[in-house]
Design a protein around this ligand. Structure first.
Ligand SMILES: Nc1ncnc2c1ncn2[C@@H]1O[C@H](COP(=O)(O)OP(=O)(O)O)[C@@H](O)[C@H]1O
Ligand SMILES: [Mg+2]
Length: 324
């Protein structure tokens, strides 16, 4: 139906606010491949929001370039640029005098869809973000919970079906249970429809639940950019290791038996695949996988018990993290 989602690439991006002694973003070079769910993680003030806002040009960099789908964003009209990017922030900024439906319909109306099209799109989106029953459509934002407001904000951001979604601590003001639901739904949305997502958070658990690619920032710079599990296993610096609690997790994986992340081998013949013994730990399996094996056969003597993949370990680790 639609083209594959675009890459976002930062090339030596610097942003120094007027009068500031230090750059808020200080030389970021980074590629986020199209379709990736990338999470920027770091402490308050490290430059996450500033970097995110250079993508939709709410902030112009002092120097450097941002390319979206290979096109220098400085050469694109900001209004047109933003039409391809949903943007969700913490206090969504819903229009208080408008109903839920009217809020969601803002963009379809702007682009001149007719009433029937708009109604259909609003219905679709209400469904996509699992807003509660029909009665809610005619409510005003103040009559919604924080989580429901975030759902409306997300629906509104998705209205034009943008190939890029920018999210800045979108669930920061939502209670813990609702937050978990929203995280699951954002992950499910991403699985259904390929988009390039750039999601900012200071919450390590949230970052690990969502990220394909985890980008740790510190003092305006990228400290490390890697898939979450690779970062856990091989944090580039002590700062990263401390931030994500790498010591604990790797130690935890070493104490867990491979069976905790075992998946069925399926139809394929696993005879030629690298393998581990069924008594190995997830820590052992992870070391082999990080050396380049796509998956490992788990064997008990000659018997094939199943397979282990990085994604499977990650799912198991997330289950473990949720339980603890
Ligand atoms: N509009 C602004 N004017 C001046 N300084 C700013 C502005 N926005 C952010 N900053 C400063 O830039 C740094 C990075 O801020 P920000 O990107 O908001 O960090 P984060 O989102 O990681 O908390 C901080 O030191 C902050 O005070
Ligand atoms: Mg911020």
């Amino acid at each position: 139906m639609s083209a594959s989602p675009p890459e976002i690439r930062f090339d030596d991006v610097v942003k120094t606010f007027g009068g500031a002694a230090r750059a808020a973003v200080n030389g970021v070079t980074l590629s986020i491949p199209g379709g990736t769910f990338a999470v920027i993680l770091g402490p308050s003030g490290c430059g996450k929001t500033t970097l995110l806002k250079t993508v939709n040009r709410l902030i112009e960099p002092s120097s450097g370039f941002i390319f979206v789908g290979g096109v220098d964003t400085a050469s694109v009209d900001p209004v047109r640029l933003r039409r391809g990017m949903g943007y969700v922030i913490q206090n969504v900024g819903l229009f208080p005098h408008m109903t839920v439906s009217e809020n969601i319909a803002t963009v379809p109306r702007l682009v001149g869809q007719d009433d029937a099209q708009i109604r259909r799109r609003v219905d679709e989106l209400i469904d996509v973000v699992h807003l509660p029953p029909a009665e809610y459509r005619e409510r005003r934002p103040r009559a919604l919970s924080g989580g429901q407001q975030q759902r409306v904000g997300l629906a509104r951001a998705l209205a034009a079906d943008p190939p890029i979604l920018l999210m800045d601590e979108p669930f920061g003001a939502v209670d813990a249970i609702e937050r978990t639901h929203l995280q699951d739904e954002v992950a499910a949305l991403h699985a259904q429809r390929a988009r390039t997502v750039l999601f900012v958070t200071h919450d390590v658990d949230e970052a690990f639940r969502l990220a394909d690619l985890l980008i740790v920032m510190r003092d305006g710079r990228v400290e490390q950019s890697a898939p979450p599990l690779a970062m856990l296993a091989r944090p580039a610096t002590a700062f990263v290791s401390d931030l994500i609690g790498a010591d604990d997790v790797v130690r935890r994986l070493r104490a867990i038996h491979v069976s905790a992340a075992l998946e069925p081998a399926g139809e394929t013949d696993a005879a030629d695949e690298p393998s581990v013994d069924s008594h190995a730990s997830l820590g052992d399996a992870l070391s082999l996988l990080l050396d380049g094996a796509a998956r490992l056969a788990v064997r008990d003597g000659a018997d094939l018990r199943g397979v282990i993949t990085v994604a499977g370990i990650l799912r198991a680790a997330r289950r473990g993290a949720t339980a603890s």
